[in-house]
Ligand binder design. Structure first.
Ligand SMILES: Cc1cc2nc3c(=O)[nH]c(=O)nc-3n(C[C@H](O)[C@H](O)[C@H](O)COP(=O)(O)OP(=O)(O)OC[C@H]3O[C@@H](n4cnc5c(N)ncnc54)[C@H](O)[C@@H]3O)c2cc1C
Length: 119
């Protein structure tokens, strides 16, 4: 879905084919938590995070087995992704507070206020 939104903004008219009568899948079961660094939400909460810190957390968790270029790309895109979905498509994300997700050295999980993406 997110790729389709980006493709549409890029001038492509995407076609999404869905098997079920309601578009739900595993996504409808999800809590909707997305790790991201450098977001507006982190800024508001004065969380000192960065692409380098998030990349290091991922590599530590993955025992340095993850592809560095891929990790870098994902981390760089993570913050702008959350802010883009919030600002352009009015999808509300709040910073998940109260606990550090395993392997994260900073609060960087973003989720809908309901902590559910149930439709
Ligand atoms: C309880 C739970 C909590 C979770 N919480 C999180 C979380 O907080 N953060 C996180 O990142 N991940 C979470 N996950 C994992 C996350 O939900 C999945 O990784 C993600 O939803 C997968 O998305 P998807 O688009 O690949 O698949 P789906 O959301 O399952 O979408 C696949 C779609 O393809 C359709 N489809 C299947 N076959 C065909 C076909 N032949 N033709 C056309 N359409 C077809 C299906 O009907 C479905 O709608 C959670 C998962 C569960 C179960």
């Amino acid at each position: 879905m997110t790729a389709a939104l980006a493709a549409r903004e890029g001038g492509v008219e995407p076609l999404i084919l869905e098997r079920d009568s309601i578009c739900a899948g595993s996504t409808a079961l999800s809590s909707g938590m997305v790790p991201a660094c450098g977001t507006r939400q982190q800024l508001i909460h004065e969380i000192d995070d960065s692409v380098d810190i998030m990349s290091a957390d991922i590599q530590n968790k993955a025992r340095h087995q993850a592809n560095p270029a891929l990790v870098q790309t994902v981390c760089e895109a993570s913050g702008p992704l959350i802010d883009w979905l919030s600002q352009t498509y009015d999808i509300e994300f709040t910073l998940v507070e109260g606990f550090l997700y395993p392997g994260h050295s900073r609060l960087r999980m973003h989720a809908p206020p309901s902590r559910s993406v149930l439709i």
